[in-house]
Design a protein around this ligand. Structure first.
Ligand SMILES: Nc1ncnc2c1ncn2[C@@H]1O[C@H](COP(=O)(O)OP(=O)(O)OP(=O)(O)O)[C@@H](O)[C@H]1O
Ligand SMILES: [Mg+2]
Length: 329
């Protein structure tokens, strides 16, 4: 088994040459962390002749090695890229696949440049431009329209990853005693969360939403459509990291997207723009959509997958209440 290691460039050069991913007249100049990420081991490889991204998935979450994760997830991610490769409008919004090693769970991707993700929406109040918003909606429009199946089947079910996500979205945040002290994030958050953890109506609605999340659907979803999966590059907004993709309900992708617009305090006009430009907005199941918006907000505030938020407790309380109403309505 080849283990990717930023401190072992020579071993990597050897590995790359064995796979003919590095020509004999090329060599590695530097290995650096590609950017912020939690799940996988992702490096930027700079060589004399160019640069690319190398990503390895392992049997655990890179940032929390005690949490198990499906070892083969990078193969699912690659499958997504292959799946959309016939749709130019999607392909041009994502990096190209340069190589795949299914034995070692390694994916080579085109380097989109030293781009930043959109975490600045949480950390420094960045407001999406109209053009960026339109690109983000257009991507979902094309993805959901072009992928539509008449009858759902087992393609790209990605069940193991979905189970992991299920735990962290629908289950763990609502456990009263889950071993995660929310006061370590912010004083008072634990008792704020307790109101929701003990709400029977909420819990039954959350369970229904979870069942929807785990159900088969007819639309290919990105599965993790939020600011950390969007890159601001010199060629505009690009989308990465479809490791949570699956065929499901469109409301999930759109719900996660809109939830993060609320969490990052984007103006109403941006949220309106998303709703008015998503192609089939009126035919969506609105209660499912609102439910997914609400649950994503909640799990980001009281679950383990915290965001770099600059938000006081009072605003979190307001947002949690909004999320609660969206779920139970
Ligand atoms: N093709 C690319 N071009 C340029 N930068 C990239 C590319 N792919 C990834 N990155 C950078 O590396 C970071 C981590 O990549 P990615 O999001 O794929 O990893 P991950 O471990 O799956 O992350 P997460 O924990 O958010 O799921 C990205 O935020 C981005 O900054
Ligand atoms: Mg990821």
């Amino acid at each position: 088994m080849f283990i990717l290691d930023a401190n072992a460039p020579e071993k990597l050069a050897h590995y790359l040459k064995d796979n003919q991913w590095l020509s004999n007249d090329d060599y590695i100049l530097s290995l650096t962390k590609a950017g912020e990420g939690n799940m996988n081991y992702v490096l930027r490889v700079t060589t004399k002749l160019g640069t690319f991204i190398i990503k390895q998935s392992r049997g655990y979450v890179e940032k929390y090695p005690q949490i198990k994760a499906p070892e083969k997830r990078v193969l699912t991610e690659a499958e997504f890229y292959t799946k959309i490769s016939s749709v130019n409008a999607l392909k041009q919004q994502m990096p190209k696949i340069l190589g795949l090693d299914a034995f070692n769970n390694i994916l080579l991707l085109e380097d989109l440049g030293k781009a930043s993700d959109f975490n600045s929406m949480y950390t420094s109040g960045y407001i999406l431009t109209k053009d960026e918003t339109l690109v983000l909606v257009a991507y979902l429009n094309v993805l959901h329209t072009k992928s539509k199946k008449e009858v759902s089947d087992n393609e790209l079910a990605n069940l193991e990853m979905r189970k992991l996500n299920y735990e962290h979205i629908f289950h763990y945040p609502f456990l009263i005693d889950n071993g995660f002290d929310l006061d370590s994030i912010q004083d008072g958050l634990q008792s704020l969360a307790l109101n929701y953890k003990t709400d029977a109506l909420l819990k039954s609605k959350v369970q229904e939403l979870g069942t929807h999340y785990m159900a088969k659907g007819c639309y290919l979803l990105h599965g993790d459509y939020y600011p950390a999966s969007w890159l601001s590059t010199s060629n505009g907004v690009k989308i990465i990291d479809p490791e949570f993709c699956y065929y499901g309900s469109r409301e999930f992708d759109l719900g996660v997207f809109i939830a993060h617009l609320y969490i990052s305090k984007q103006p109403e006009s941006i949220i309106d723009l998303v709703q008015s430009t998503y192609s089939d907005y009126k035919s969506l199941n609105q209660s499912l959509l609102n439910g997914f918006i609400g649950i994503e907000i909640m799990r980001r505030l009281i679950g383990l997958a915290q965001l770099p938020l600059q938000m006081n407790l009072k605003d979190k309380a307001k947002l949690l209440e909004f999320a609660y109403q969206s779920i139970i309505q």
